[in-house]
Design a protein around this ligand. Sequence first.
Ligand code: ACO
Length: 337
Amino acid sequence: MPQPAVLTGLGAYLPPRRVSNEELADRFDTTDEWITSRTGIRTRRWADPGISTSDLAVEAGHRALKSAGLVPEPGAVDLVVLATTTPDHPCPATAPDVAARLGLGAPGAFDISAVCSGFLYALDTASNAILAGRARSVLVIGAETYSTILNPQDRTTSVIFGDGAGAAVLTAGEEGQTGAFQGFDLGSDGQQKDLICIPAGGSRQRSQGTAPAPGDEFFTMRGREVFLSAVQRMTESSQSLLDRLGWSTDSVGHLVGHQANSRILRAVAEQLGVPAERAVVNLDQVGNTSAASIPLALADAAADGRLVPGERLLLTAFGGGLTWGSAALTWPDIVPA
Ligand code: ACO
């Protein structure tokens, strides 16, 4: 009998350095009032020089294993799946290094590149590996150091993104167990690939045989178009998953959306008919942490007792690619680390 994937551990890690809106207003032509009213973000964390994505991922992974009651030793998990836009290197993937530094022996380990939807793509992959009987325990990590790809000349992206990592342990469980994943919905639209892009550093730019244009190594985003697509895609994906599961909107305890912008989260909740108080928001403290956003929001809401064991959760995200995705689960009785 296929066994469903159950969430058995959750960990979060934020680098210590806080970067307030006021600090950014000293560096860019912007204000705390503009950032707060347009995005809802008040502060974010940026990693110190020398700290990379794997460093944050190892910390979050360690905490998730602890939360799941697992000792980080060879055989503790069968797979490590790391979602990131900011790998330590273009090659090799960051996940094998993270697995080794966690002392996990020789599990399968690979990165997933789906920008801000990456964590949900990684959860779906992990869940499928468990359902197929290929893995009993999987460590799923979303980790980012966007501070390393932000253009210091671009005030719009520089005020939005933060660094951080979140991780989950998924374990083969039983049907009906609290924490069991109930379903996923994933989608993409490559025709819109230019809305969110790092133009240089890949084979497209290198194949042209010319040096990258100044600034092309940094993250670029067409904000207004991204905003509209994000609302539409997250709403449609969420509704499609709810319909497939036969869940009414009223039955959803909390909506945990990708923490991109509080106005986007409000619009998605409104269009789905989820009351604002049931939409988890923590971006005021961490900004948009891309692939780390969903696990950080879950850990935050769990830590202050907002999530009740057994309640239904709807997760939804949107990112470059374009990609989007949603996941449904019941909240388990776990203590995030
Ligand atoms: N401070 C002050 N003014 C600014 C700033 C800033 N930091 N950034 C932009 N502006 C200005 C613009 O230059 C523009 O000025 P203009 O009218 O003179 O041309 C004005 O503010 C309005 O710009 P808009 O882009 O229309 O502002 P908007 O209200 O749309 O907010 C924002 C911009 C916050 C970027 C919004 O579009 C947004 O949140 N978009 C979605 C971003 C997002 O979620 N990205 C992540 C997706 S997930 C992923 O894969 C990474």
